[in-house]
Design a protein around this ligand. Structure first.
Ligand code: DQA
Length: 146
């Protein structure tokens, strides 16, 4: 099975970006740990990051037929992007929303996720573990659909 991990804007700055909120791991550190768990689960992953909404939309569109599940940390676009929501809905690849921080315990503008209604579920607040749980949920969702 193949899982596409997508990371939105500013996640390339992890490690130095507000470490009290997001921790000290870099995105490369997170990717390495996700890859290790994916190998245990016999799952192939692709791990990408973009600061551009259109690039993320393109990757979602291209996932159809190539990936079984998408795991997405859409970062700030979570709260603003109708385009990402429409892409997830249009493409129909099962998608899991993840966040490092607990968006519901932060500023009010982060409480609303525009992509949540078109995702299978949301995992937030567990730091690196949100990514690992996202991967495990992806394996679970895929197993139930086959
Ligand atoms: C985030 C939460 C978002 O509100 C924020 O804009 C991010 C990161 C998280 O992983 O906790 O950039 O998605």
């Amino acid at each position: 099975m193949k899982v596409l991990f997508l990371n939105g804007p500013n996640l390339n700055l992890l490690g130095t970006r507000e470490p009290e909120v997001y921790g000290r791991l870099t995105l490369a550190d997170i990717e390495a740990k996700v890859r290790k768990r994916a190998a245990q689960l016999k799952t192939v992953i692709d791990f990408r990051q973009s600061n551009q909404e259109g690039e993320l939309v393109g990757w979602i569109q291209q996932a159809k037929g190539k990936f079984d599940v998408i795991v997405i940390n859409a970062a700030a676009y979570t709260h603003t992007s109708v385009a990402l929501r429409d892409a997830i809905s249009a493409v129909g690849v099962p998608t899991i929303e993840i966040h490092l921080s607990n968006i519901h315990a932060r500023e009010e503008f982060r409480h609303k996720s525009l992509i949540a209604p078109v995702c299978r579920g949301q995992i937030c607040g567990f730091g690196l573990k949100s990514y690992i749980l996202g991967l495990e949920a992806a394996v679970d969702v895929n197993g139930k659909e086959k």
